[in-house]
Design a protein around this ligand. Structure first.
Ligand code: E4P
Length: 219
């Protein structure tokens, strides 16, 4: 399962990318809105893309097909490798189908059920983003949606890649890896939490202490 960072914060993205295990980044309008309003969105997205050097999903904000296609054109002028992130609404499906016909990669977002994901895949989505945290927030078993989707994908050998999104904590990440999602897009904080283990820190401290002791004994 590949790991993407779900963020629009350049410092966090650069640090995550420097660790060598991130292969993409996903942004959305809410993540961009958290950043310094004086930043130029195009420049920020270009910097984000250069920092990661892999998949970069950029979301459209239009709610009509023509507007989405115009935005996609604009984003692709900024960097032609962009994946166009499109909300799961009827106008979005039409845009996905058109972009797919042109060979442009799309990431259909705001999916909460396996059936929505199946429909998006049939419209030509390259990636389908299923949200976990927002389902958990309303007391629905989010992991079931991922498990159902993976089961359907395996059964029908579907090509679109399943992105587990709206990940809120390391247990979500473990769950989607076990369920068989192809990619998880993970907030920076959760990536850092997932790396932590007190035994790793204690183990390193004791290795270094023993090495120091040995060096002292030799001198
Ligand atoms: C996915 O692509 C979205 O950017 C993101 O995962 C949404 O997460 P949230 O529900 O924590 O806002």
């Amino acid at each position: 399962m590949e790991l993407y960072v779900d963020s629009a914060n350049l410092a966090d993205i650069k640090h995550a990318a420097s660790l060598g295990f991130i292969s993409g980044v996903t942004t959305n309008p809410s993540l961009l809105a958290k950043e310094d309003p004086s930043l130029d969105i195009k420049d920020l997205l270009l910097d984000i893309h250069k920092s990661v050097g892999g998949h970069t999903s950029v979301e459209v904000i239009s709610t009509d097909t023509d507007g989405m296609l115009r935005e996609a054109d604009e984003i692709l002028k900024w960097f032609p490798e962009a994946t166009i992130k499109i909300p799961f609404i009827p106008a979005g499906l039409t845009a996905v189908s058109e972009l797919s016909r042109q060979g442009i990669p799309t990431n259909v977002t705001l999916l909460f059920t396996a059936l929505q994901a199946l429909i998006a895949a049939n419209a030509g989505a390259t990636y389908v983003s299923l949200f976990l945290g927002r389902l958990d927030d309303m007391g629905t078993d989010a992991m079931q949606a991922i498990e159902d989707t993976v089961e359907i994908w395996d059964m029908h050998d579907l090509e679109a890649l399943i992105i587990a999104a709206s990940i809120r904590h390391p247990i979500h990440l473990l769950g989607v890896a076990r369920a068989g999602a192809h990619i998880a897009t993970v907030p920076y904080k959760v990536l850092m939490q997932s790396m932590q283990h007190p035994l790793t820190d204690a183990g390193l401290a004791s290795f270094l202490k023993d090495h120091e002791k040995m060096m002292k004994a030799k001198s």
